[in-house]
Design a protein around this ligand. Structure first.
Ligand code: ADP
Ligand code: GLC
Length: 478
């Protein structure tokens, strides 16, 4: 039996700010249970729902000797759907209304978490063969592990994987402070280790010290070796190219299933979507105060509202797009300029545009189920899960050909009658508008073709089945 420990800063259903939580919460369920014991370790945030906190069981606690003070580390445990979760409890670090706050606090919070994860291992009766770290918040784990190995036999032989979900976020702060916070010796703070451009960089530390580095799609694994996508670490990504691979994300096919989804008005399958999917659209039009008409092409967006997702392009052509015979439903939160942009257009075109500036799992399911098309013109996209959810619900994605979007959405070819969506190549607003209008044309003039595109998307398999196997293979190689 191979023992794997996931360490991460978010995980569904406990706490989520983006796709990372979906991955950490669903992937562990899909390993072969006869060969793999995969467990997950997370911070116990105070902002988690009480319902979850009530289900946690106290396991043990100890005190961690940080360089300048002792900190309490509680370990809580819970089993959910056959997976064991551990929660690191410390009310000083994990208070706060959201998992992340100011970066200068977060760097200390996750240095504590990373050390606590390693220090907890001897006490929980689970010595992992591999620790699988996710994003910068856990980047110090491979570094600390290197440091801990000097201290004792227990840690020798434990291997690490560092998965990059988004290279843009690296956990960067000044070297002196980080040295103080982490208690790591000078030795680690050089340009071939934790240091990057004179600061300390958690993700870089993880990438340097992990035995294997992965990212969440093959295209992104290539892209991050270039200057445009490399976020100033492209040199390092090239240097580690031998240990770097891309494994595309899946989604939880039980949670995202139009056949059984309790959050949507009318359930449907690949056999009934032509008749039943539009009932969801009618209900949503009604609910959001849009013109109620099942013939109108409805385009959806569910997203963090940040420049990563291509909202500059959308802002640039919104007025033009709103002249077309379409409806646009947006669900998202994030940068104020984008929130206000959508609010403005929802006011200006109130029967056509609906701006829902909040976070809601339920509304997201309604949008995936109701819309005809889903717009995701990202500037960069390590993988992207929203387009996979759309495909699953027969909602045709319109995407920019980058990262995981390029790997998961096959552009429609009207001559060969293939493809599951629409895509464009350059980060250019009118190139995007051109492809949206091409999609409109197919939708209004060749509805049977449209439905076949949707059907091909629904028949694709983006469950975790394949990708979990690839992770198993990676673990075996180690
Ligand atoms: P990222 O992780 O970069 O934000 P992904 O496409 O990988 O992008 O994952 C985004 C996840 O967050 C999806 O599950 C999506 O449905 C969800 N999501 C984003 N914004 C909202 C929102 N306002 N309400 C509900 N779910 C949201
Ligand atoms: C990040 C990326 C997104 C990816 C998600 C899960 O948030 O922005 O593309 O799908 O992580 O891996």
């Amino acid at each position: 039996m191979r023992k794997i420990l996931f360490a991460a800063s978010e995980c569904v259903p406990f706490i989520k700010t983006g796709g990372l939580a979906d991955v950490v919460g669903s992937l562990p369920k899909y390993f072969n249970k006869k060969e793999y014991d995969v467990r997950v370790m997370l911070p116990k945030y105070m902002c988690m729902k009480q319902e979850w906190k009530d289900k946690m069981e106290y396991k043990t606690h100890f005190y961690l000797d940080l360089s300048w003070r002792k900190q309490y580390v509680g370990i809580m445990e819970m089993n959910l759907d056959g997976v064991t979760f551990y929660f690191i409890d410390n009310e000083y670090y994990f208070a706060g209304p959201t998992p992340y706050g100011n970066i200068y606090e977060d760097v200390e919070k996750f240095a504590f978490f990373s050390r606590a994860v390693l220090s907890a291992l001897p006490l929980i009766d689970f010595r992992p063969d591999i620790i699988h770290c996710h994003d910068w918040q856990t980047g110090l784990i491979p570094v600390y592990l290197d440091n801990f190995r000097f201290g004792g036999e227990f840690y020798q032989g434990i291997k690490t994987v560092m998965t990059i979900h988004n290279l843009k976020f690296q956990g960067v702060w000044d070297k002196k402070t980080i040295q103080d916070i982490t208690g790591l010796p000078d030795y680690y703070f050089t340009a071939d280790k934790l240091e990057a451009y004179e600061d300390a960089n958690y993700l870089k530390g993880g990438i340097v010290y992990a035995d294997k580095v992965t990212t969440v799609s093959c295209s992104y694994a290539e892209e991050i070796k270039t200057e445009f996508y490399g976020e100033r670490l492209n040199g390092l990504m090239n240097a580690r190219a031998n240990c770097l691979s891309g494994i595309v994300n899946g989604i939880d096919y039980e949670v995202y299933n139009p056949k059984t989804d309790k959050m949507i008005q009318k359930r449907y399958s690949v056999d009934t979507f032509r008749r039943d999917k539009k009932k969801n659209k009618l209900a949503l039009q009604e609910e959001l105060g849009l013109e109620v008409n099942d013939k109108k092409m409805m385009i959806g967006i569910v997203s963090r509202l940040t420049d990563q997702k291509g909202f500059d392009l959308i802002a640039y052509i919104m007025d033009e797009l709103c002249q077309d015979d379409i409806q646009l439903v947006v669900l998202g939160t994030g940068e104020e300029r984008y929130e206000n942009m959508f609010r403005h257009f929802a006011w200006k075109y109130d029967k056509k545009v609906s701006a829902n500036i909040y976070y809601s799992e339920e509304m997201s399911h309604k949008v995936y189920a109701s819309c005809d098309a889903f717009l995701m013109p990202s500037l960069f996209e390590p993988c992207g899960l929203s387009q996979l959810m759309s495909l699953r619900y027969g909602t045709v994605p319109i995407v920019r050909e980058t990262g995981g979007l390029r790997d998961t959405v096959e552009p429609y070819n009207e001559f060969e009658k293939t493809g599951t969506g629409f895509s464009f190549s350059n980060y250019n607003a009118h190139e995007m508008l051109g492809i949206i209008r091409y999609a409109e044309k197919i939708y209004y003039e060749r509805k049977r073709e449209w439905n076949k595109i949707a059907e091909r998307g629904m028949r694709k398999d983006f469950s975790w089945k394949n990708s979990a196997k690839q992770y198993e293979k990676l673990y075996e190689e180690m």
